[in-house]
Design a protein around this ligand. Structure first.
Ligand SMILES: NC(=O)c1ccc[n+]([C@@H]2O[C@H](COP(=O)([O-])OP(=O)(O)OC[C@H]3O[C@@H](n4cnc5c(N)ncnc54)[C@H](O)[C@@H]3O)[C@@H](O)[C@H]2O)c1
Length: 460
């Protein structure tokens, strides 16, 4: 006699086989793209209970379709440096999925950018954007351009050249890029200026993260960092813990890290360490956020100079060791794969209570498994750092209505969105048999919305 349990086990096995087959195809078709493989494997394994319960996704080939970008563009970005030399970079834009809205996602300028990095970020973005509850599809772009040490004019010429080609593929109802590593309001301004000049019309909705003087939204610069802390606060309160009085370690000292530190301090936490690509600083009295803002946002300097201003603090050249600093809350806000199994073990040994990801894919799979096994509260990137893209969607809404909302209104909406993301991730995890696992929950909640839309829109 076939028992209910046997039917369930068979369904899980079938779903697992399906996921493995599709994943193998991804590896074969995208050779060497290790970050993309890593992201796909991670998301796929979270979805096994969904496919076991709802075979319609298998029947409709949703996984095969969702993991193949609708469009992937690479292009030459030629520009002339201040010495008159011709330089050539490679530009990318992946338009991954438009089933619930126009493609939306950031732009990364960093020498490590390649097809794998752009595809991993674009793939994650599909699910993150769906989680925000807003009508935005998934995309991502960038170039292997190193902005470090470049003059303002070089940055401008690069951005103009990048946009000259990209403009062929984007638009307020098509694809709306924003910033990411190496791309802030200055770069968005240069790109917007070039787009406007080429089109001959004023379409602020084509890019988000703009300066407030030409269509930017208040709270957009702060949104990812503030949103991360709202998420952490909601998650901690739900478990009887409090930000107030907690010790926090943050990696990075860029857009996400700075505003995460600012909001954490505002809510009573003490941030004792942060880093940049040259090393980390430790300040037991609590990081002085205005100094970091001045050094990193105004002067584009290095973090080691912090100790010239605050001599009681210390600078450590090996930035990876930031996770050896004992703390209650760890917030990786720099880049992908910053926390491996060794770092996770040290954090756990030192009594960490919460890990929440401001960066995209900063913890590898082994680290996440260790956090889950040790019952550490874990806020996965696609939920915890979704505040940036959520406010970008609010910027698009304001642009289309030709108005701008006050700071308090945007901030309140951001907080509400983060709380909804948290709750939806919790309930999806519960419904699919992984109570408390927000990583699985966030992937499932994001997938269900996009997967259902893809089925209803037919095989396209
Ligand atoms: N900007 C956003 O709205 C947004 C939204 C969601 C996710 N993210 C993600 O957050 C992360 C940071 O983005 P950002 O916008 O703050 O970029 P940013 O360029 O403003 O800052 C990046 C920071 O990380 C530091 N850094 C880079 N490599 C490092 C390393 N190996 N060790 C230590 N520090 C290092 C840099 O020095 C810099 O301080 C990225 O993973 C990005 O994809 C950004």
């Amino acid at each position: 006699m076939i028992t209910t349990q046997k039917v369930k086990d068979d369904a899980v096995q079938h779903a697992s086989d399906y996921v493995n087959t599709v994943f193998q195809k991804i590896e074969e078709r995208n050779p060497g793209e290790i970050e993309f493989h890593q992201a796909a494997k991670h998301i796929f394994s979270a979805l096994i209970p969904v496919f076991a319960k709802n075979p319609k996704y298998i029947k409709n080939g949703v996984l095969e379709r969702i993991s193949e970008p609708e469009r992937f563009i690479t292009f030459r970005v030629p520009w002339v440096d201040d010495n008159g030399n011709v330089q050539v970079n490679r530009g990318f834009r992946v338009q991954f999925n438009s089933s619930i809205g126009p493609y939306k996602g950031g732009t990364r300028f960093h020498p490590t950018v390649n097809a794998s990095i752009i595809k991993f970020l674009g793939f994650e973005q599909i699910f993150k954007n769906a989680l925000t509850g807003q009508p935005i599809g998934g995309g991502k772009g960038g170039a292997d351009f190193n902005p470090k040490g470049k003059s303002n004019n070089e940055i401008m010429r690069f951005c103009q050249s990048y946009m000259t080609e990209l403009a062929n593929y984007i638009g307020p109802n098509v694809d709306i890029p924003a910033g990411d590593i190496g791309v802030g309001a200055r770069e968005i301004g240069f790109m917007f200026g070039q787009y406007k000049r080429m089109r001959g019309t004023y379409e602020p909705g084509v890019l988000t993260g703009k300066d407030v003087r030409f269509g930017g939204s208040l709270v957009r610069p702060e949104a990812t960092g503030y949103g991360l802390i709202y998420f952490v606060d909601d998650m901690m309160q739900d478990h009887g813990l409090h930000l107030k009085g907690s010790k926090v370690v943050v990696s990075g000292a860029g857009n996400v890290a700075i505003y995460a530190m600012e909001k954490a301090m505002e809510l009573g936490a003490k941030v004792i360490a942060c880093s940049d690509s040259t090393g980390y600083i430790y300040d037991e009295k609590g990081i002085h956020i205005e100094t970091i803002k001045r050094l990193k946002l105004d002067e584009d300097g290095v973090i080691s100079t912090y100790i010239d201003i605050h001599p009681h603090a210390s600078f450590h050249q090996n930035g990876e060791e930031i996770w050896t600093v004992p703390c209650d809350i760890a917030l990786p806000c720099a880049t992908q794969n910053e926390i491996d199994a060794d770092a996770a073990r040290v954090l756990i040994k030192n009594g960490i209570k919460v890990v929440a990801e401001g960066a995209n894919m900063p913890s590898n799979q082994e680290a996440i498994d260790l956090f889950n096994e040790s019952h550490i509260l874990f806020g996965p990137a696609k939920a915890a750092n979704a505040g940036g893209v959520a406010v970008s969607a609010l910027e698009m809404a304001q642009n289309s209505m030709k108005l701008s909302w006050p700071f308090e209104k945007v901030d309140a909406k951001l907080h509400e969105i983060m709380l909804n993301i948290y709750r939806n991730s919790v309930s999806a995890a519960e419904e699919y048999g992984h109570p408390g696992n927000l990583d699985v929950g966030a992937n499932i909640a994001g997938f269900l919305k996009v997967g259902d839309a893809m089925i209803r829109e037919g095989v396209v």
